[in-house]
Design a protein around this ligand. Structure first.
Ligand SMILES: NC(=O)c1ccc[n+]([C@@H]2O[C@H](COP(=O)([O-])OP(=O)(O)OC[C@H]3O[C@@H](n4cnc5c(N)ncnc54)[C@H](O)[C@@H]3O)[C@@H](O)[C@H]2O)c1
Length: 337
């Protein structure tokens, strides 16, 4: 196989971003699409020249012409589709969050492992340049051991009410801060305790479902490092910052569009020259590089050219953190893992 024929399940907002990304990977061929709303599938098909619009995702999974699927449906529908796809022997890219409960995620991961297929989950920040560079430089030991890691993650008002619903989208921790939990595990390893607070500060949807639209979270890692996250759905400009302080230096990524957008890395208290990310904002950098590299990673891992990343096993671990943070908010207690 030198090209991966892709089927897309769910033709809403993120499927357009994913299709744009895959269209830039020569080894990836968008070959089919299914959405319960046929007009949405047809719109995607016509925009990206996708030759087949299926009547059901089961029809797509039964086709020999599909090697892998991108699962882009609302979160509460991921589990069954991913398990069916794995059982049909298709490789799977599942949008984050993997699902809603830990048990669902574990069943999905088990199906992937049993069927020996690639299961990649949509943690595109792992492929976005300043974050990749930080990972490489951390692993090279440039700032020594991590002492503290903190970030601010600004989302925007969810596009549909299901995002707030614990039974459909999971709320801000599971839907959005899951990216940061994955990133922190990638950088700093496993977490041993977590405390979170938050509430419905702004949006009626969050109030209605008793979930949060703003959260603050404190974590402790197995290696002794400390972490914190401020996450907001109401800041409205989709940017983020990340700071990592180590025994020999620090990294600071600043993707604050509202402030002009800059990313720089400093070490031993001396600011180095700005890296090529200067001037990028978070959305710019994600759209130009993050999703595309994510699509390339998925395609190449299906082709056996690179080891899998952001796997089902990683996503189960990130999900556990999001759920424990949620539990901490509900119980006002530190949760020890
Ligand atoms: N990684 C990211 O940056 C990112 C960004 C946005 C959303 N997401 C995730 O992607 C997923 C989809 O989010 P979205 O914003 O695109 O939602 P959306 O509501 O815009 O799109 C969902 C689509 O799925 C379709 N659908 C519903 N039920 C279906 C079914 N049974 N079978 C097939 N199609 C069905 C809907 O008709 C709709 O077109 C969610 O899990 C969300 O958390 C990830």
């Amino acid at each position: 196989m030198n090209q991966v024929r892709i089927g897309i399940i769910g033709a809403g907002r993120i499927s357009h971003v994913m299709s744009t990304a895959h269209a830039q990977v020569p080894e990836s061929k968008l070959h089919g699409v299914f959405d319960v709303v046929r007009a949405s599938a047809e719109k995607l098909a016509s925009k990206f020249n996708i030759p087949n619009v299926y009547d059901s995702y089961q029809d797509m999974l039964a086709s020999d012409e599909i090697d892998a699927v991108l699962v882009c449906t609302p979160t509460f529908l991921h589990e069954q589709i991913v398990i069916d796809a794995a059982n049909a022997g298709k490789h799977v890219f599942c949008q984050k969050p993997m699902a809603l409960t830990l048990e669902q995620c574990e069943r999905m991961n088990a199906a992937a492992l049993e069927n020996n297929i690639i299961l990649q989950v949509g943690f595109m920040i792992r492929y976005t340049p300043p974050f990749v560079e930080v990972k490489e430089r951390l692993d090279a030991g440039e700032i020594g051991d991590i002492i503290a890691i903190r970030s601010a993650v600004f989302g925007w008002e969810p596009s549909a009410e299901w995002f707030y619903d614990p039974d459909q989208g999971g709320g801000i921790l599971i839907d959005t801060i899951i990216h940061t939990f994955d990133l922190y595990r990638w950088y700093a390893g496993e977490v041993t305790s977590i405390y979170a607070d938050g509430g419905a500060y702004v949006f009626e949807g969050a109030r209605k479902f008793g979930t949060a639209d703003n959260i603050m979270c404190a974590l402790k890692f197995e290696n002794g490092a400390m972490g914190s996250i401020y996450g907001s759905w109401s800041s409205g400009y989709g940017d983020k910052t990340l700071e990592i302080y180590g025994t020999k230096g620090s990294f600071f990524i600043d993707l604050m569009e509202a402030q002009g957008g800059r990313a720089f890395i400093k070490k031993d208290r001396e600011a180095e020259a700005p890296n090529p990310a200067e001037g990028w904002n978070n959305l710019g950098v994600l759209w130009k590089f993050g999703y595309q590299q994510e699509a390339r990673q998925f395609t190449y891992s299906v082709l056996g050219k690179v080891p899998p990343q952001a796997t089902g096993t990683d996503a189960v671990a990130a999900q556990r953190l999001a759920l424990l943070a949620d539990e901490s908010i509900r119980t006002s207690k530190v949760v020890h893992i």
